[in-house]
Design a protein around this ligand. Sequence first.
Ligand code: ATP
Length: 140
Amino acid sequence: MAESGGFRVEVVSPERVLFSGDAKQVITRTLDGGEIAFLPGHISFLGALVENHTRIYLSDGKVQDLAVHGGFVEVAPDHVTILSDAAELAEDIDVVRARAAKERAEAAMRGEHDAAVEADLRRAHARLSATGGLAQGAAH
Ligand code: ATP
């Protein structure tokens, strides 16, 4: 059970638990609802996710940033579970690689638009945002 005032948050793939902890807020991005914040006590909710920078505000005051590339979020009053087979903790993200992927995708978009390249760009944006490097990357 989560501490009083908080809820349990887990980010899981079919193979492993990427993150588990007590938190007081989760912000993520759903397909239908855009960016959405969940607080303890939220009514049950199930949503599909798009590539995004997810923020988990932990009960101890820290913030866990993640890049989540789709999947689902399941919410109940005492927990939030993000189920995604493609998600990375901010501290595991290679910023140089993400910046290179963003540049490659942007160059490709100047030619022919295709859905796969758009998805590449959304993943790179989520990674750079999660590591705090999106604004800096965009300025150059
Ligand atoms: P790249 O073009 O750099 O390979 P990508 O978006 O095509 O990036 P994915 O296909 O989304 O990469 O991911 C392949 C694997 O590499 C996944 O396990 C993913 O977590 C990991 N990965 C991709 N980019 C990064 C990154 N910048 N930092 C850490 N892990 C990454």
